[in-house]
Ligand binder design. Structure first.
Ligand code: SAM
Length: 329
């Protein structure tokens, strides 16, 4: 098992399939994009499948979430999902995506064994979408969401990041949109993970503010906290339920004490936290002929070093060198 020195057990593996993205969300990367990882540095589909198999069959991973960058840009995605779905014990398999291309791929992915999706949607206004993501693709995202629902990739979850002065006025319309369609919305506090290092605490729309904005229009009651487990979202019943909305207060309400996540970057590094400044290189080991036993031992040792918390509030906090797109969100 993947246990750290505080007794937390990592069972949820986030696998980044690429650092590339077809949007340029301002909280993530600059409009001109980034220097993407060179192709030879990326894990091949076979290497990804090998590490996922190791995680599931030998190290107690029960949930696999594919992410990026934009995971739908990875052509072998259906084959990677199918390989994960063939593992025993079968893990829960989900995908975090911006939804562009999902209208075409949702059925294929469901057939390959994908269980559900999280789709990012920060605004319902086309102009705001262009201002925020620097691409005119709102229609594709909405079509992708509908296709995911149609294909049974449910519950369809929606991730939204609010930015002061840009889309904070959309908290209520976004929730209405999701409630009307049976999607589960989660607001995520903006974290200091943008490549431009432009994050400022005072510009972050906090969990308290988000809840306040929603309470002006909805009756929110805290859902049973026991049901939250290690999930990052605090859940609220909307207007008595059963519909719910989540708020992920990564910065102001950290949940590191119950964290069960471990990350594999697109270039084969194990990371214990989005904010980690250390990584463990499984790619070089794998390409130098490491056995499964050796890779498992390296992975176990990496997780054992997991820190108690992300430390954003520590005076010495330094933003990680890699942005969110390169870590895998
Ligand atoms: N491209 C996919 C997508 O858009 O969902 C997957 C990768 S993206 C990095 C994963 C999630 O991270 C998205 O919901 C995105 O909104 C969120 N995200 C990116 N940068 C963030 C930041 N600085 N703070 C909070 N959430 C962020």
């Amino acid at each position: 098992m993947l246990v750290d020195s505080f007794g937390r057990v990592a069972t949820d593996l986030r696998v980044s399939l690429t650092d590339r993205c077809n949007l340029r969300c301002t909280y993530c990367m600059p409009p001109e994009g980034l220097d993407w990882l060179p192709k030879p540095d990326l894990l091949t589909a076979e290497e990804i499948i090998r590490l996922v198999r190791l995680g599931v069959e030998r190290l107690g991973i029960t949930e696999v979430r594919f992410t990026g960058g934009e995971p739908l840009l990875r052509r072998e995605l259906p084959e990677i999902v199918a390989a994960a779905a063939a593992l025993r014990p079968r893990p829960q398999i989900s995908l975090t995506t911006n939804g562009i291309g999902l209208a075409r791929l949702a059925g294929v992915l469901a057939e390959a064994g994908l269980d559900r999706v999280n789709v990012s949607l920060d605004t319902l206004d086309r102009e705001v979408f262009v201002r925020l993501a620097h691409r005119d693709r709102l229609r594709d995202v909405l079509d992708g969401l509908a296709a995911a629902d149609e294909a049974g990739l449910t519950p369809v979850k929606v991730n939204a990041v609010l930015m002061r002065g840009i889309n904070e006025s959309e908290a209520v319309p976004l929730l209405r949109h999701c409630l009307d369609r049976g999607y589960e919305l989660r607001f995520i506090e903006q974290m200091p993970l943008d490549a431009q290092h432009g994050w400022r605490r005072e510009n972050m729309v906090t969990a308290d503010e988000i809840i306040g904005l929603l309470k002006d229009s909805f009756d929110l009651t805290e859902d049973d906290p026991a049901a939250r487990g290690s999930a990052p979202a605090e859940l609220f019943l909307v207007d008595g339920g059963p519909a719910r909305v989540g708020v992920i207060g990564s910065v102001t309400r950290p949940f590191c004490g119950t964290c069960d996540r471990v990350r594999l970057t697109a270039d084969g590094q194990i990371r214990n936290c989005l904010f980690a400044r250390e990584e463990s290189d499984l790619r070089t080991a794998m390409r130098s002929g490491a056995s499964d036993d050796d890779l498992a031992a390296r992975w176990i040792a990496a997780v054992a070093r997991k820190k108690a918390g992300h430390g954003i509030d520590d005076p010495g906090f330094l933003q990680p060198a890699r942005p969110m797109s390169a870590i895998g969100g």
